[in-house]
Design a protein around this ligand. Sequence first.
Ligand code: SDX
Length: 438
Amino acid sequence: MVEQVETSMSETGKLCVDGSEFEMPVIVGTEQEKALDIGSLRARTGYITLDDGYANTGACRSAITFIDGEKGILHYRGIPIEQLAGKSRFVETAYLLIWGELPTSDQLASFSRQLTENALIHEGMKYHFEGFPNTSHPMAMLSAMINALSCYYPFVLEFETDKDIDKAATLLMSKVRTLAAFSYKMSKGQPFVYPDPNRRYVGNLLHMMFTVPYKQYEVPRAFQKALDLIFMLHADHEQNCSTSTVRMVGSAGANLYSSVSAGVCALWGPLHGGANMGVIQMLEQIQEGGMDIDTCVKLAKDKESGFRLMGFGHRVYKNYDPRAKILKAAAERVFAQLNHRDPLLDIARRLEERALSDQYFIDRKLYPNVDFYSGIIMRAIGIPTNMFTVMFAIGRLPGWIAHWREQFLQGSGRIARPRQVYTGQQQRDYIDMDKRRA
Ligand code: SDX
């Protein structure tokens, strides 16, 4: 039982276990969220806490992103996502997340120039791509090649000062596009296309993906804006599974690149960043008549079915994901500009409407999340479904960098090492082979 004891000095929480009372300090965040600091719990009570999926557990103090799940609020370094979506661009937002402030025009120009100048990857890395089967999943290649970067740029393994980190971070932000584009080209059996210094961040990625030797790809402005917005909306989301993975790996003193490589693997999971692929597969199934909307909702409600409404629900948002709201409007804009309509968008809207009026979804506060509409826009751009989570990874990279950097500079040096409740066999003796029974 925890009761909050108002004290003049500072708030504390009282924990009563085994008949004794223990006061725990209460930490109050900038937006008044409260936490019990249980750092001394085990030493004082012999107890640990158990929290499946860490739904109630804060892993750190962070100044990067604030989410209010009940109100559907998302701020990057204090700035509402709606304002950034309307006024900023991905590169500027990445700068804000990593270094904490919106850049001046000189700082932004310098950052953009470094991103342009570092887009090439070492020629030796091409042979790694050629070694992958062309059926390899791009997320497997992305994770492997981000780690391989440190073999070709070993200075990223020496990081003493924040200047070292800034350099490694900028290099990674730049080269991640080339790695992604090369993995796409490899899967298409097409020659690699090198970065073009005259193109901006997103335009260069689309150029490297879609230009072919006989035809330069001219990036439609609507596509560049839409993908830039998708990256911006994905740029950070506080302690989500992949970012927590980056922080966990970084807490062992591992370098930025290997920490991010692990984050890519976590993001690949269908419950996390892999959901954007799952949404399109679900909508296509409905479109092809494999399933109708009512069946889809019925299956999602049936625990035995193992089916989930992809792109719906969220550990933190118990309201409409503000990013989904922005992406839904962006999808409408892109199709209006293209004078084209993807039937999947209409199916998505009908599915959303049907689910949001269903008591199961209402009771559990399940709303569309960032993945519900992002895939429809990427499909319109011509990005294949198996590259959707790679796009999510490119968008999330500044967040991963920002959190790794924040943890490194906080310098607590404590390795992340949770406890457990053991539920295995009690102590027993070794059994010689001739005495064992199946
Ligand atoms: C991302 O954490 C982040 O911030 C992630 C992210 C980011 O930017 O990094 O926002 C990106 O990962 C978005 C989520 C993408 N994943 C999906 O869209 C997959 C479908 N969604 C679910 O699997 C689920 O909603 C999660 C994984 C997103 C959240 O899972 P939780 O918080 O563990 O929720 P839960 O499983 O405890 O669900 C609570 C209830 C359960 O029912 P009951 O046991 O209470 O009866 O809601 C049900 C669940 O069965 N439920 C769903 C559902 N999501 C939850 N039922 C049907 N369809 C769904 N999508």
